[in-house]
Unconditional design. Structure first.
Length: 546
């Protein structure tokens, strides 16, 4: 108990120290800003120099408002600068609200910086993010300064590089400084910058170095074989890296697209492959998952702010809710509608197509014809960068979800009594019934499970696409292709074919365009089915009907 109290004491002490330190930094920034606004001479110059090393976002706000006349002074309040924001006056030094009567308001005058001071203030605004607490902000700020090619930003980049400890941010500063020195450096610095940018495989610098080579007769590369050779080598290294990024980037995007198709097609593989039902309403169960995610989001929004930590949990909650809602609806539909369509493929196709039209109209009546907005949780925003390859957290999550669904489906079909019953019914429905297996119940649960998986896919797609009445139709044709190529009822084949189609699609579309790429994918699939009509893993059955 004593040790727990000690831990709590030190934790509270750490939080208090952090809060005090943060408050003292804000006070220091406000003192410097008021000094710049009200003072002149060396005091003002010293305060400006200190602001260059401070990354407080408050600097941008007050400096920008000062330039447009929202910083005011008054004879009634000498030595005090007031910040006018949306009809309210704030003390620049303390940030507190200042109450003024009519006579004091009429006495106010706008404080404006001189033209010379404006230039210095603009440099502060441009370089303030170089000292930000957020590493991603520092990276963006460094690259922005480097790509501007302005000589006045070289000192800020050098200073940021010298004091940076984060390796990723340090690399960005080094790259930005080298890009800037392509224009602003000496001959020796130019050579070092070209060589370093080649080593860093800087995509931002590729066109700039190539432009130097193209106009070598007009610039400092003229007659300098060392610089020309270094530039050629740098472009070669950068081009190699770009090719690497393109190949592996397409592979990741293809794998993520394949994961989406896998989640979508797993439910169809069960209802179509195992039960023989051509469910044209499969896309509407995908849409049901997206709309369920939207409803759960709105429920959470009633209790938590949209930018809070707890609001982001709506998406985690919506996944099982989507599965259960669609599973329940699928169970009801199988009992009252689908059960009469077994062994009637044409009737099942037409009936489920009509069902899809009905469900789409229901969605329009409830949610409207326009797409609805589903927010991405904070923990899924951003991307993971590896060697120039950017992988969004949303796509990574979809890949992970697809793997989890594969594993859980395998457990269900291989390690449970229901899975054994499903496989028995798939092999021979009549024999399974004669052995006492409740075929009717198995059919209902199987169809419900397939609908639940489709709804899970819709919840996942809500994070990477639009949620609307016809959102599932975009994946319906591709999911049928996945099931057919992977062999009817074979989940391993469905998984392999979905990933294969996704990767082939991502490699063909950049080369042939979206339309021709998709047509080529269809053509390749037709050729494959001519070669292997039964798909990747043709099923073998002991049924006398075969």
């Amino acid at each position: 108990m004593t040790s727990i109290l000690k831990i709590l004491f030190f934790l509270s002490l750490t939080i208090s120290v952090y809060a005090i330190d943060k408050e003292s930094q804000e006070i220091e920034v406000r003192i410097l800003l008021q000094t710049i606004i009200l003072e002149s001479g060396s005091a003002q110059t010293d305060a400006i120099d200190k602001l260059f090393d401070n990354g407080s976002p408050e600097i941008k706000i007050i400096v920008n408002d000062w330039k447009v006349g929202r910083i005011l002074g008054s004879n009634s309040h000498p030595g005090k600068a007031l910040h006018f924001v949306e009809g309210v006056y704030y003390d620049v030094l303390t940030g507190d609200i200042v109450q003024l009567d009519e006579s004091e308001v009429s006495d106010l005058k706008k404080l404006r910086p001189s033209r010379k001071l404006r230039k210095k203030l603009q440099q502060i605004i441009d370089t303030v993010d170089v000292s930000s607490k957020d590493p991603s902000v520092r990276i963006d700020a460094a690259l922005k300064l480097g790509l501007s090619n302005k000589a006045e930003y070289v000192p800020a980049l050098r200073a940021g590089l010298s004091k940076e400890n984060d390796l990723k941010v340090k690399k960005a500063f080094e790259e930005a400084l080298a890009i800037s020195l392509l224009v602003n450096g000496s001959d020796e610095e130019l050579l070092q910058s070209i060589s370093r940018l080649g080593e860093l495989q800087s995509i931002y610098a590729r066109d700039r170095i190539a432009d130097l080579l193209t106009k070598s007769d007009e610039n400092r590369l003229k007659g300098n074989t060392e610089l020309i050779e270094a530039a050629h080598e740098a472009v070669k290294l950068i081009d190699y890296h770009q090719e690497f990024v393109e190949i592996w980037g397409n592979l990741f995007r293809g794998f993520s697209l394949g994961s989406v198709l896998l989640i979508v097609s797993f439910g169809l593989a069960i209802t179509f492959g195992l039960m023989g039902i051509i469910n044209m309403a499969h896309g509407e169960f995908i849409a049901l998952g997206g709309y369920t995610c939207y409803v759960v989001q709105n429920i959470f929004a009633n209790y938590f702010p949209t930018d809070s930590y707890w609001f982001g949990w709506y998406f985690v909650v919506s996944l099982p809710v989507s599965f259960l809602v669609a599973g329940f609806l699928g169970y009801i539909l199988e009992k009252g509608f689908i059960r009469f369509l077994y062994k009637r493929p044409l009737e099942s196709l037409l009936a489920t197509w009509g069902l899809s039209m009905v469900l789409q109209q229901v969605y329009r009546l409830i949610f409207g014809a326009a797409n609805v907005q589903v927010n991405t949780p904070q923990w899924l925003l951003g991307s993971y960068d590896y060697s120039g390859i950017s992988m969004s957290y949303t796509r990574i999550f979809v890949v992970g979800l697809a793997l989890v669904i594969c594993f859980l489906t395998w457990l269900l079909l291989s390690k449970t009594k229901l899975g054994l019953y499903i496989r028995a019914v798939m092999q021979n429905r009549e024999m399974a019934s004669s052995l006492g297996i409740p075929v009717s119940k198995v059919n209902s649960l199987t169809f419900a499970f397939g609908c639940g998986l489709a709804s899970l896919a819709g919840a996942a797609i809500s994070q990477i696409g639009n949620v609307g009445p016809s959102m599932g139709q975009a994946y319906l044709v591709d999911s049928f292709m996945v099931v057919v190529i992977g062999s009817l009822g074979n989940l391993l084949g469905a998984g392999l074919s979905s990933v294969g189609i996704g990767i082939v699609d991502q490699y063909l579309q950049p080369a042939l365009g979206p339309v021709m790429g998709k047509i080529t994918v269809f053509f390749v699939i037709i050729l494959f089915l001519q070669w292997k009509p039964g798909g990747l893993f043709p099923s073998k059955s002991r049924s006398l009907d075969d």
